[in-house]
Design a protein around this ligand. Structure first.
Ligand code: RNT
Ligand code: ZN
Length: 415
């Protein structure tokens, strides 16, 4: 144990905070790392396909994973540099079809067996997503709310197949899968029948969720959005839509940090969602002027998100997932920086005297509340973070960067 940590431990102890205990608790909070940072959301269904659905990766940093083996190797490398308990978040297009062409509405549990074996080996939980974009049948911008019944049926079938796969994974792993539904459906220009589109969307979800699935194996979560590129005038699956649907039908609400107006923060929405829905799934991201999905940094909003999770006392009901995709920097570094920051924010939030702060607030002592919050910003947090990394056998400080650079030279640059 370093001298610096000993000092830090003492300082936090003077506020009644046991840093060893905090580390023990934080290391158990799972963070679901999205597989799609590794290959710019391409997947393995059609390696030459383009990303559509109003979302975009920008940049062309070399070394992106181009097949399952590469993606897994890169993910493992990233995991080895990140403390805490981890999960992998898969999209349906990351199936292992063994060279076969499989239509999206015909994907099966067997296409994910190799992922399950791999996840077991690495002690990772898995989360899942149907992929309702980057496909010829989503080309005109509509999927589950499509006015064409045949096309809508195709997407309903895809989501039903995905949900079955998720339940299968959950059962095989003995670890609940959170399945997230996000669709790009929306109008570029002012529509005249929002109602019709939303009616169709309700009907689609009613069909998708018709079959009972044990929540031990799969939990469904629904992700709304304010707008996407090419769907600026109306998003069918808006936040209101999903909030209402999820609360009525007992589904989880997904909050993506980039899916609201720029001054609207998801940290303010966590408590409401937790008070009304059975659970919450987060897509922690960093929007810069739009839903740009920049790598998560240790900024005010990230800390606020973590503080809301921790102070709510409902951490078990929050599925923390990440959702960013930056192709302009080393993709493994992107995972490492973003995920370490999420872990850091959780640790930072736990290293605060929550009860005391709440007491100040409730008694109207806002002066002390502000004074404490500011004072805690400069306590020796970094020493506790380093201790956490040390205990988890991952590099402290910037030491991870050398490893990523070495991996880039040895592996990525040869692709
Ligand atoms: C898109 C949503 C969605 C996707 C991923 C790939 O705006 O945020 O969650 O980013 O499913
Ligand atoms: Zn998202």
């Amino acid at each position: 144990m370093s001298k610096i940590y000993e000092n830090a431990k003492e300082i936090y102890a003077s506020f009644g905070i046991d840093t060893d205990k905090v580390i023990e608790e934080v290391r158990k909070i799972p963070v679901s790392m999205h597989c799609w940072q590794g290959d710019d959301v391409k997947g393995f269904e059609n390696p030459n396909g383009t990303l559509t659905g109003g979302i975009q990766t920008t940049g062309n940093y070399p070394g992106a994973a181009t097949n399952i083996e590469q993606l897994r190797a890169d993910f493992e490398k990233a995991c080895s540099l990140i403390p805490g308990s981890k999960r992998i978040n898969l999209h349906a297009i990351y199936l292992d079809a063994q060279g076969e062409k499989v239509e999206r509405n015909e994907i099966q549990p067997k296409h994910f067996d190799s992922w399950i074996d791999w996840a077991k080996k690495l002690n990772l939980g898995i989360d899942f997503n149907p992929t309702c974009f980057s496909h010829p049948l989503s080309g005109d911008g509509f999927t589950l709310s499509h006015p064409n019944e045949e096309i809508r049926k195709f997407w309903i079938e895809h989501c039903i197949a995905s949900r079955k796969i998720a339940a299968y994974i959950g059962e095989k792993l003995g670890n609940t899968v959170a399945t997230n539904y996000w669709i790009p459906d929306g109008f570029k220009d002012i529509p005249v029948d929002r109602m019709g589109a939303r009616e169709r969307l309700i009907d689609s979800y009613d069909q998708i969720f018709a079959e009972y699935i044990d929540p031990k194996y799969n939990l469904d979560a629904m992700e709304g959005k304010v707008f996407g590129i090419g769907a600026e005038s109306c998003t069918i699956g808006s936040n209101d839509f999903y909030l209402a649907y999820a609360i009525k039908y007992n589904k989880l609400i997904t909050l993506d940090a980039g899916h609201f107006h720029p001054t609207e923060m998801i940290s303010d929405k966590i408590s409401t969602a937790l008070l009304f829905a059975p659970g919450l799934l987060l897509h922690v991201s960093r929007p810069v002027r739009w839903d740009s999905d920049h790598v998560v940094i240790f900024d005010d909003e990230l800390r606020a998100i973590a503080e809301e999770i921790i102070r709510s006392g409902m951490v078990d009901k929050v599925h923390i997932g990440l959702d960013f995709f930056d192709a302009s920097i080393n993709r493994i570094a992107a995972w490492v920086i973003g995920t370490r920051n999420m872990q850091k924010a959780l640790l930072y939030a736990k290293l605060q005297p929550a009860d005391k702060l709440k007491e100040f607030e409730i008694t109207g002592d806002y002066t002390s509340r502000l004074a404490y919050l500011e004072a805690f910003k400069t306590l020796p947090f970094a020493a506790v973070w380093d201790r956490y990394c040390e205990l988890e056998n991952v590099p402290t400080g910037l030491a991870w960067l050398n490893e990523v650079k070495k991996y880039e030279a040895d592996v990525l640059s040869k692709r």
